[in-house]
Every structure is written in C-alpha cells, then in structure tokens.
Design a protein around this ligand. Structure first.
Ligand code: URA
Length: 221
C-alpha cells in the first residue's frame, strides 16, 4: 500500500466513496463483536447509486460466513418481496445497522449500535438514496432515533430532516411468526405504490397566458 493510504483506510470519516469506507472498516476492532466470534465485517451490497436502500438489523449465520447481508432464509424471502415491489437486488443497496454478527444472533447491544451507527449514516450519505426502507423495529428505531411500535408505523413513509424512511416488517420476523407474512407482503405492495407515486412526473406548471402585446401583434399592430 502506498504511504498515506494505510492511514486513510483506518479513518472512516475521511472516506469519500463506499469502497473507501468499506476498506476502513475491514477487520474493524471498534466494538466487542470483533472478539465474540464474528467471521468478518458485513459491510453492505448493491448499487452504490441506488435510489432505494434497505437496512436490516445485523448479519446472521450465513451473512457472517458469506460477507453479504440477507443471503440466508430471510434474504431469500427479501428477494421475493423486492420482486413483488418491482425491484431487483442489483438495483437497490442493502446494509445492516450493525456490521458484525452478534453471538447466537442475539439482539445488538446499545454500545454496539452506538459504535456502528455512524458508519450506516455515512453509507446513507454516500449513496444518497431517495428512500431508506428499514426492515424491522431495530433499524427503524436506529434511524428515527426514537422508540416505535413497528406494527403501527410499518407501511407509512416518515420524513425526517434528512431522510425519507419507509418502515417495513422484518422478513425474519415473518419467517418466525407466520401471521406476519401477509402484513409483510402488504408492506411491500404499499412500498411499490409509494415508489410509483414518487416516480410520477410532477404536473406541468400552467402555461402563462400570452402577453397582451403578442396577441395584438397577430393582428399586425
Ligand atoms: N437479518 C438482518 O437483519 N440482516 C441480515 O443481513 C440478515 C438477516
């Protein structure tokens, strides 16, 4: 590595591309998850210019092994749901709140979220998506910065100062609790309707009425 590049790679805040940020987090040791059995940092995947970004909670067993978010059972379901919303995996960007697998897939702990959240915010800032779809309560609360009832807020866009957030149920929750499958599918149809509407061209501004003089010109005056 060229002199200087090593120090750049270790300072995530100086990253100006996703690639640089990913390199800066490679082998991250900033929180205790580094020593609790994770295989690798799972940074994120997809289109760096995506207009729509999905944010889950944290890597599970398969994600930890493969280094990519949502590749296990929840990921298969997510792919299907994306399709139902007219989206493909290559079109969107997918990341998680925390980038390392917690032991036995336990919930992320507050210090782990606090450590990792700035990097999620940096990913969002670099990608500049029009909509950030949060998958489940963890991602929604992390990005909104407040407690939410996910079953209440799901399927409704929330506009914050900087972001449009579209909370969805988490695919893993629906795999675990079958009664959530139908609501989850509905969420993605609502997302499709929301995106279709956002995509619709703005109505053209009214054509200003011809100035009087031009009309008179028509008669040669
Ligand atoms: N669940 C998540 O929240 N993220 C993943 O990457 C996989 C499962």
């Amino acid at each position: 590595m060229l002199p200087g590049l090593a120090s750049m790679a270790s300072d995530p805040s100086s990253s100006t591309t996703l690639q640089e940020l990913s390199a800066a987090l490679h082998n991250c040791q900033r929180c205790k998850l580094a020593k609790l059995g994770r295989t690798q940092v799972v940074f994120g995947v997809g289109n760096p210019n995506a207009q729509i970004m999905f944010v889950g909670e944290g890597p599970g067993f398969y994600e930890d092994k493969q280094g990519e978010p949502f590749v296990g059972a929840a990921g298969k379901l997510l792919n299907e749901l994306l399709q139902s919303a007219g989206l493909s995996r290559s079109q969107v960007y997918i990341a998680n709140v925390i980038k390392c697998r917690p032991p036995n897939n336990r919930d992320p702990e507050p210090d782990e979220v606090d450590t990792c959240k700035p990097f999620l915010l940096q990913q969002i800032e670099l990608i500049k998506p029009k909509v950030v779809c949060t998958l489940g309560r963890w991602a929604t609360e992390t990005l909104l910065g407040r407690k939410v009832g996910i079953t209440k807020i799901r399927g409704h866009a929330v506009r914050t100062e900087k972001l449009t957030i579209f909370p969805l149920l988490h695919p893993a929750a629906a795999l675990h609790q079958g009664s959530l499958m139908e609501p989850l599918r509905e969420d993605f149809l609502k997302l499709k309707a929301f995106l279709d509407q956002a995509d619709r061209p703005e109505p053209a501004p009214p054509v200003p009425s011809e100035p009087q003089r031009t009309q008179m010109d028509l008669f040669g005056s």
